[in-house]
Write a protein that binds this ligand. Structure first.
Ligand code: 2P0
Length: 324
């Protein structure tokens, strides 16, 4: 019996991944760039045990039915193939995300699974190879191998599509305030949504060209620790991603009335001299990019509409770690 436990933190993309060039290998259409956060993480233990008769997957204390564990099963099978390990696996995973925060945990989940499974199977993978392995579970997980700012380089094959660290230690002021507008499951998964955008949005090729420019500019802004520029580029990139959902056929959106309310509040705060910017992913929650010193003022304004447990402040977080 061999086992390992790994911890991975979630990440929020500032330059978004929205569309694949290869569905099977999860190769994206454009490079993306994210900030890993300290507040939200997943701990996963993988045990290869020759005395058990089937693979067994547990998430937050509940056994997963096989139909809900297909991507986990595929990743474990791939690790067995790479390592020559033949025993069945027990996978025990716990998400440390504030109760019903409604935040995607696939990035931290598949990064922690890749790290724990490969170590338990006796593979000694480089961070690059760990990123490639995590990518097979969920594209955004490739970035959660690294702390701070990370870029997922799209590549054009399994070997060349992985994340690299851009700035692992973020020793300047940048934070993210998550506004949990709803904890409900999204109706259109990101995989389904991005595929529809690639196939039907007439603006898709413009998105890819723009994202490439946004990426070059945000890397310069990060290197020079220019908070305002990082915020501005992130906000416009997020809105361009969401324009792809609106311009798909049939059209869809992840915005709801509360998302718009938060975006309006951010615009008003900015007009009042507090630099802050919004970004959104495949759901209605809004993440506000701000300086940690401004967070109390922003929280005070949003408290008129949202309860304290709907406003969660996170700072830049670390990459993968092993807990045993
Ligand atoms: C991102 N999102 O860059 C983008 C922005 C959502 C919006 O990556 O199909 O769970 O498993 O590769 O990684 C969410 O999609 O999708 C995502 P798959 P994933 O963070």
């Amino acid at each position: 019996m061999t086992q390992a436990t790994a911890r991975a933190h979630t990440n929020i993309a500032l330059i978004k991944y929205w569309g694949k060039q290869d569905e099977q290998l999860k190769l994206p259409q454009n490079n993306s760039l994210s900030l890993t956060l300290d507040h939200f993480y997943t701990d996963t233990t993988v045990i290869f045990d020759s005395s058990i008769a089937t693979d067994d997957f547990q998430l937050d204390g509940q056994k997963l039915a096989p139909q809900n564990a297909i991507k986990i099963q595929q990743l474990i099978d791939h690790v067995r193939q790479l390592s020559g390990q033949t025993a069945h696996a027990q996978v025990i995973s716990t998400n440390h995300v504030p109760t019903s925060a409604g935040l995607a945990s696939s990035a931290s989940g598949f990064a922690a699974l890749a790290a724990a499974a490969s170590k338990a199977a006796g593979l000694d993978l480089t961070q690059r190879d760990l990123s490639r392995l995590a990518r097979r579970g969920s594209g955004s997980a490739s970035r959660s191998i690294f702390g701070g700012f990370a870029e997922w380089q799209k590549g054009d094959s399994d070997e060349t599509s992985y994340a690299v660290p851009i700035q692992e230690t973020v020793d300047w002021e940048i934070a993210m305030l998550t506004v949990v507008v709803t904890a409900k499951e999204k109706k259109i998964s990101s995989s389904v949504g991005m595929k529809r955008s690639v196939l039907t949005s007439p603006y898709y090729s413009a998105w890819v060209a723009n994202a490439t420019q946004d990426l070059t500019q945000i890397k310069q802004a990060i290197a020079s620790q220019n908070f305002e520029q990082v915020g501005q580029i992130s906000e416009r990139n997020a809105m361009r991603m969401h324009a792809l959902t609106l311009s798909s056929d049939p059209s869809f959106t992840y915005f709801n009335a509360d998302s718009l309310k938060v975006m309006q509040a951010v615009n008003q705060l900015r007009d009042a001299g507090i630099p802050c910017y919004y970004t959104m992913d495949a759901g209605p929650n809004v993440k506000i990019i701000c300086r940690p010193t401004d967070a109390p003022k922003i929280t005070a304004v949003l408290s008129a509409d949202f309860a304290p447990d709907q406003l969660i402040l996170a700072q830049p977080g670390p990459g993968i770690s092993y807990l045993d």
